[in-house]
Design a binder for this molecule. Structure first.
Ligand SMILES: *Cc1c(COP(=O)(O)O)cnc(C)c1O
Length: 377
């Protein structure tokens, strides 16, 4: 399977026809327990918190797409992150990118902080700053690229070197790029985190998360935690995520095409002060993105004159739905400061008020541009 190409593995990895009737789709194994032929000898799983065949198939395809040996799927992206962070102990330290997903920051600042896990945030586009932030207690360096919502690009291979030099693991949240565009494990990262809710699911109809890694010892510890903590997904959501993975490559091509067109349009618009899109040659992370990504993704953000103007634009589009989240086939628009990033106001992760974030869907780019032109009007 590993010699097959990405698009083929997305459809075949872990997805053999079901043996009883030959169904070409992995069944939704809607069960909490499994009849065991003999005491202590289950067929594969004994109880569905620990494992489920629909979940197994999803995990196999995710591991294959990210190029990792192990994958675990979870009830949400934050459930995956929480479980991973539970491998830390009091006294351990985490270095966090200063533009990470707000929920990741909140988990460290307002949950783990009380358990004695310390952290510092740093601008990870500045390698000197990363080197200065690691201490002998640093166990994890946590990056995200491109970041949310400013689309900063972090050099994953370079940060991996700094993390490993300090004896820490590099965790990369690959939600925005997806494995179709970027494979952090191949660039030196140790663990990939996903909010499956976004592009992997791809249709805004599920909440899920995943971890992918190759380290056997860490995988064994995480498998123990999956069952011990219990933040697991149901089989229906695993089925929907599997279905999403099959069209990931096609969808990402369309997201990138749309985002490129929208970013080009916004760059030439008189009311737009600044466009953040790594595909634009003037973007500070353009070179690194071109090196470590296949294409530049479907997320675009831009700044207008004021927060009131940003709110007015976001409330004026018709095709772009005003909503949080991202990565679905439909285009979404939001104002991060009062919406997705309200919880990081006053923290190092605070974002400009006049910023508008777009998740460019797979509609025809011309219709999206006309919608934005009307809203900016
Ligand atoms: C949404 C998101 C998460 C959290 O995932 P949930 O599925 O909402 O729990 C983490 N990281 C990034 C980059 C996200 O966009």
């Amino acid at each position: 399977m590993s010699d097959l190409r990405f698009e083929t593995r997305a459809i075949h990895a872990g997805q053999e026809p079901e043996p009883l009737f030959g169904a070409v789709n992995v069944p939704i194994y809607q069960t909490s327990t499994y009849a065991q032929p003999r005491v202590g000898e289950p067929i594969r799983h004994d109880y569905a918190r620990g494992g489920n065949p629909t979940r197994d198939a999803l995990q196999e395809v995710l591991a294959s797409l990210e190029g990792g040996r192990h994958a675990m799927s979870f009830a949400s992206g934050l459930a995956a992150e929480s479980t991973l962070l539970l491998t830390l102990s009091p006294g351990d330290h985490v270095v966090l990118a200063d533009d990470v997903y707000g929920g990741t920051y909140r988990l460290l600042a307002r949950v783990l902080d009380g358990w004695g896990v310390g952290f510092d945030t740093v601008d990870m586009t500045d390698l000197g700053a990363v080197r200065g932030a690691v201490t002998e207690r640093t166990r994890m360096v946590w990056a995200e690229s491109p970041t949310n919502p400013l689309l900063k690009v972090i050099d994953i291979a370079a940060v991996a070197e700094v993390a490993h030099g300090a004896g820490a693991r590099l965790v990369v949240d690959n939600t925005f790029a997806t494995p179709y565009l970027q494979r952090p494990l191949e660039l030196g990262a140790d663990v990939v985190v996903h909010s499956v809710t976004k592009y992997l699911g791809g249709h805004s109809d599920l909440v899920g998360g995943a971890l992918v890694l190759s380290d056997d010892d860490l995988a064994e510890r995480l498998r123990f935690l999956v069952n011990a903590v219990g933040a697991v997904p149901g089989p229906m959501d695993c089925y929907l995520a599997l279905r999403g993975c099959k069209t990931l490559a096609l969808r990402m091509e369309a997201h990138c095409r749309g985002a490129r067109a929208v970013a080009g349009f916004l760059s030439g618009h008189g009311k737009v002060r600044r466009v953040h899109y790594p595909g634009l040659p003037g973007h500070p992370g353009h070179e690194v993105a071109a090196r470590q990504m296949r294409d530049f993704g479907g997320m675009v953000s831009f700044e207008v004159g004021s927060e009131e103007e940003a709110v007015r634009v976001a409330e004026s589009t018709e095709l772009f739905f005003l909503a949080e989240s991202l990565g679905g086939v439909e285009s979404l628009i939001e104002v991060p400061a009062p919406m997705t990033h309200a919880s990081v106001a006053g923290s190092p992760l605070e974002v400009p008020g006049a910023l508008v974030r777009l998740s460019v869907g797979i509609e025809h780019p011309d219709d999206l541009i006309e919608d934005l032109a009307r809203a900016l009007g």
